[in-house]
Design a protein around this ligand. Structure first.
Ligand SMILES: Cc1cc2nc3c(=O)[nH]c(=O)nc-3n(C[C@H](O)[C@H](O)[C@H](O)COP(=O)(O)O)c2cc1C
Length: 357
């Protein structure tokens, strides 16, 4: 039996705006931007119900068949019209339905994925050309005319907590040795592990961790890429925070992959382990229905990363973090759909370069 005539449907993941006097329509899922004649909006509106090209030719018979067909072809090319029931339309639909309460604002998450990065090996002069010609804004703020008081000096030395805060640095060189499984375990438990539970009347038993989380929803998950860990086969693992276990995943790992994940920054490929942080958005979205809660998810990932960096510093290890990621590459490898669970941040650790271990 034939499939019948091709039916098209407008992508749900669209946002329109004006730029330099031109109307632009972006598909925030596919990240395609289209410069549109405002009349095209009618065509997009027409296809919010699945329809055939023949339907459109009839519906827009006041226009020439050629111009309608041309507009449809351009919209298909721009991924603003999708083949109904195709994989692309199914993905569009999945995002629209699962992120519904956070859209369209939450489209920011998708449109900023897989962004091009300034290549790390460009000469400095070429990198500088990417900056605006205007001077950098001041590095700190002083309110003119406001009276200020001197604060008492405080001594950091001797208090290991403050020393750890002070000593945290981003490392880009690492010792070649392995780090111990015990240290990996401490890093995972101190940062992502469940420390205990508390009871709430409305939501029942909720976990608490070392970092705060809006409504104790804890959307964060972490995947360990073990490259040089004593006592652990190199590979990819998912950390089961509830029972402090590592589940092995069928993903090939190598220093090259580690570097590729971090937008090809070669130094991070020399780390002993990467900690790939993701968020399971529905955990937070289920309770917080406004797009502002997306901020909460990002803020929490920052809390987790700082806890990780401080724990690594306290253990005498060399931490780093990066938000320059190849999102889709990571998500494909980890088997994530990039919609309900998406990568946000990567931290890593190695031995301190030049220090005997
Ligand atoms: C969100 C975030 C993203 C970062 N991304 C990168 C990165 O892609 N590559 C890198 O070498 N450092 C990255 N860094 C580290 C900063 O460059 C570093 O924190 C800064 O230079 C200050 O140095 P410090 O961390 O030693 O205090 C990132 C830091 C943060 C907070």
């Amino acid at each position: 039996m034939g499939r019948g005539p091709l039916r098209l449907k407008s992508a749900s993941c669209q946002i329109a705006y004006w730029e330099s006097g031109e109307l632009r329509i972006a598909n925030y899922l596919t990240r395609r931007v289209f410069s549109a004649n405002p009349a095209t909006l009618d065509v997009i509106g027409f296809f919010f119900r699945p329809r055939t090209i023949q339907d459109a030719l009839l519906g827009f018979r006041a226009y020439s068949r050629e111009s309608v067909a041309k507009a449809i072809l351009r919209l298909i090319d721009a991924q603003l019209l999708l083949e109904y029931d195709s994989a692309a339309q199914e993905r569009d639909n999945r995002l629209a339905s699962s992120w519904g309460p956070w859209l369209p604002e939450g489209g920011f998450h998708f449109i900023t994925k897989d962004t091009p990065y300034v290549p790390w090996d460009w000469p400095v002069a070429k990198k500088l050309e990417t900056l605006p010609a205007t001077p950098a804004p001041p590095k700190s703020k002083r309110i003119r005319g406001a009276h200020s008081v001197r604060l008492p000096a405080h001594e950091l030395a001797g208090d290991t907590f403050f020393e750890t805060l002070r000593d945290r640095r981003t490392h880009r060189e690492f010792g070649l040795g392995k780090i111990s499984l015990e240290n990996i375990s401490k890093l995972l438990h101190a940062t992502w592990g469940v420390q205990g539970y508390f009871h709430t009347d409305v939501f029942g038993k909720l976990p608490y961790k070392t970092s705060p989380s809006g409504g104790a929803r804890h959307p964060g998950e972490v995947y360990l890429m073990a490259l040089r860990v004593k006592g652990l086969k190199s590979g990819m693992y998912h950390y089961q925070s509830k029972d402090h276990r590592l589940a092995s995943l069928p993903v090939k790992v190598s220093p090259r992959t580690a570097s590729a994940y971090c937008a090809d920054q070669p130094y991070f490929g020399e780390a002993a382990a990467l900690f790939i942080m993701t968020a399971v958005f529905p955990r937070t979205m289920w309770k917080y229905r406004r797009a502002r809660a997306y901020r909460v998810v990002l803020l929490e990932t920052g809390h987790l990363c700082q806890t990780f960096c401080l724990t690594a510093t306290r253990l005498g290890l060399a931490p780093f973090c990066t938000a320059a990621l190849k999102d889709s590459l990571i998500e494909n490898d980890l088997g994530l759909d990039g919609i309900s669970e998406s990568v946000l941040y990567v931290a890593g650790v190695g031995l301190v370069a030049g220090r005997p271990h």
